[in-house]
Design a protein around this ligand. Structure first.
Ligand code: ADP
Ligand code: ZN
Length: 610
């Protein structure tokens, strides 16, 4: 039978249908066109070159920036019965020789290499002896200095088109901004590339922003409710990854820290443990994740506010690649913003970075559907509210906050500005702290005028004022507050200002997120079988020393548990089970399902007769 993209999809990968754009991309590649593919993380980029590689005569050379990423993809492909291999420094010379000779003999369909390797003279000599059908450049944004993961080695990839002008090239990335896009095309010298941009929407990831209060307790609670599920906690500093991991461990959770300061062998070990499900939670700096192709990460928490939306979106995109419900929670706090602004002040592209941070802040602050804001940021419009973000689920109440704003502005004005937030709040609340009295702050007119509002609520209102542009922070003067021209105007003429009931909302969000909104992956009645299948998968994974999801994805287990197939035919209908997988694991899982269904019906009978 003649193979088509569809039959390859079904036979090797066990999927029924293509995701948006996959088929069009594959067709373009098969017609030997150059292609640029922009798809969000988890969108299904890999199949866009893996399927052509299986259909075209010759070897597809895949450039991939990280060794761990290569290994993961190759392991996944081998498990599906695809002839794949990688060449990198983790192999011995002998092992490399074996791979090279297989490639020359055409016994490999996909060969993964690092960018450094690809442009090395020796490799290019070797490549001359290989029948190459396609070049695939994964994480292609690394070629652009505009992007956020710039890797100088990538810039030499332009040589490929010089040497192999007639072999098609597909570049893939999850970074969408226009400058990067243009850069990729020109740097790789793609010829009249077809450009495919799929929606960046990841509707299965719920979006939540929480005030940065009681963070540890919230995370603990959150993770305990999801025990056995994989999650990532992103922290700003190395130290806080360690502190967070330690606290979670103390709470009995299987967590570890991960950051660039940890020695690389140990880092690999930790990453491996996460991928293989030996630990559930990684507390990491953003150094973690780029090389992780784990499909069943159920949640991502940002312990600290991120510095831009691009990075944030990519990080939360690591959740729910299997398409099942997943959660992204961001802790938003004023102190993080101040710290990030300081970092930005010292950075190279100060203006750009600052503007990006502002957007991040606006996002966290907003009371419109968060997904609409994010997608709008990536030049996409969502026509409706998403109903899967905290704002949609709990639309805020606003109130007339004019008096509050005026009290704060007036106090700040009388304090001759340039006091920090805490001092301002102390004055507003009539604190009798010694230095307040010593400086005579207790004599100003608004001293004690805000007694009725708690300090944390004041923090929140002041934050809102900052976002509304009435006050700003003087970084050069010890991060003190001052009134902007807009704020001064407000002091002069009455104008009503809406504030959001922060304490109210913070409370609501917290309650809802922590107590009620559990991720229900599987239908209630299928949970016991799902757990049994998970256990079976875990045992097999341990025995074969493979990550569990290489055996079957969560999505496949879910379908198995819900559909309860009892024959080979029925089982092959389940998404994610191709021929190779069925051969290897089909009988074991069928056995488990049958055992389970028989037991339950026996129990039911007993119940009826009793
Ligand atoms: P990306 O590289 O874009 O982040 P991947 O290629 O790793 O995404 O794909 C993400 C997940 O989606 C993988 O688990 C993959 O097996 C799955 N997937 C890809 N295409 C399909 C499809 N057509 N049907 C079902 N699942 C798919
Ligand atoms: Zn929404």
């Amino acid at each position: 039978m003649k193979q088509t993209p569809k039959t390859v999809l079904q036979h090797y990968f066990g999927y029924d249908s293509f995701r948006p754009a996959q088929k069009e991309i594959i067709d373009a590649v098969l017609q030997k066109q150059d292609v640029l593919t922009l798809m969000p993380t988890g969108g299904g980029k890999s199949l866009c070159f893996q399927i052509p590689a299986l259909l075209m005569e010759g070897v597809c050379v895949v450039v991939s920036p990280l060794i761990s990423l290569m290994k993961d993809q190759v392991d996944g492909l081998l498990a599906n019965g695809v002839r794949a291999a990688y060449l990198n420094s983790s192999l011995t010379t002998e092992e490399q020789d074996v791979v090279e000779s297989k490639a020359i003999k055409g016994e490999i369909d996909l060969l993964y290499v690092s960018p450094e390797r690809l442009v090395s003279q020796n490799f290019l000599y070797f490549l001359d002896r290989v029948h190459v059908c396609l070049f695939a450049i994964d994480e292609a944004h690394c070629i652009s200095s505009w992007g956020h993961d710039f890797r100088p080695e990538y810039t030499q990839l332009a040589q490929i088109k010089d040497q192999y002008p007639n072999i098609p090239c597909i570049a893939l990335t999850a970074t969408a901004d226009r400058l990067t896009r243009k850069d990729i095309i020109s740097q790789l010298a793609l010829r009249n590339p077809r450009i495919f941009i799929t929606s960046f929407d990841r509707p299965n990831i719920s979006l939540t922003v929480m005030p940065g209060k009681n963070k540890m307790r919230t995370i603990e609670h959150f993770a305990k409710e999801r025990s056995g599920q994989s999650g990532i906690v992103y922290c700003l500093s190395r130290k806080s990854t360690e502190k967070t991991a330690e606290k979670l461990q103390k709470a009995g959770l299987r967590a570890i820290a991960y950051h660039a300061g940890i020695e690389s062998e140990e880092r690999n070990k930790r990453q491996h443990a996460f991928i293989h499900g030996h630990i559930d939670i990684v507390c990491a700096t953003i150094a973690f994740g780029m090389g992780i192709d784990k499909s069943n990460v159920r949640w991502v928490i940002h312990y600290n506010t991120p510095k831009n939306i691009e990075g944030y979106y990519q990080e939360i995109g690591r959740a729910g690649r299997d398409g099942l419900p997943s959660q992204a929670v961001l802790f938003y706090s004023f102190s993080d913003i101040i710290l990030l602004r300081e970092i930005v002040e010292q950075s190279g592209q100060k203006d750009v970075q600052k503007a990006k941070l502002d957007r991040m802040q606006q996002y966290a602050d907003a009371f419109t559907c968060r997904r609409r804001i994010l997608l709008h940021y990536f030049n996409e419009t969502l026509a409706k509210n998403c109903n899967n973000c905290d704002v949609c689920k709990n639309p805020p109440k606003v109130f007339d906050g004019t008096i509050i704003v005026q009290k704060a502005l007036s106090a700040l004005f009388r304090l001759k500005e340039y006091v920090g937030t805490n001092t301002l709040i102390d004055v507003l609340r009539g604190s009798t702290r010694q230095d307040i009295i010593a400086k005579g702050y207790h004599t100003i007119k608004t001293y004690g005028a805000g007694k009725d509002i708690s300090p944390p609520d004041w923090q929140q209102y002041i934050l809102q004022m900052l976002h509304l542009g009435f006050i700003d922070i003087a970084y050069e003067k010890g991060r003190t507050l001052y009134i902007t021209p807009q704020g001064k105007q407000l002091l002069l003429k009455k104008q009503s200002i809406s504030l959001v009931h922060v304490s109210d909302i913070a409370q609501k969000i917290k309650e809802r997120e922590v107590a009620k909104q559990r991720t229900t992956i599987v239908r209630q009645e299928a949970v016991p079988l799902f757990e049994a299948l998970r256990k079976l998968r875990k045992d097999i994974a341990t025995e074969e020393q493979k990550p569990a999801y290489i055996i079957f994805h969560d999505a496949t287990l879910k379908e198995l548990a819900e559909a309860q197939p009892t024959s080979e035919e029925e089982m092959m209908q389940v998404s994610g089970i191709g021929h190779k997988k069925f051969e290897q694991y089909g009988a074991l899982f069928l056995g488990k399902i049958l055992e389970f269904t028989e037991n339950t019906s026996a129990n039911n009978n007993q119940f009826v007769t009793a």
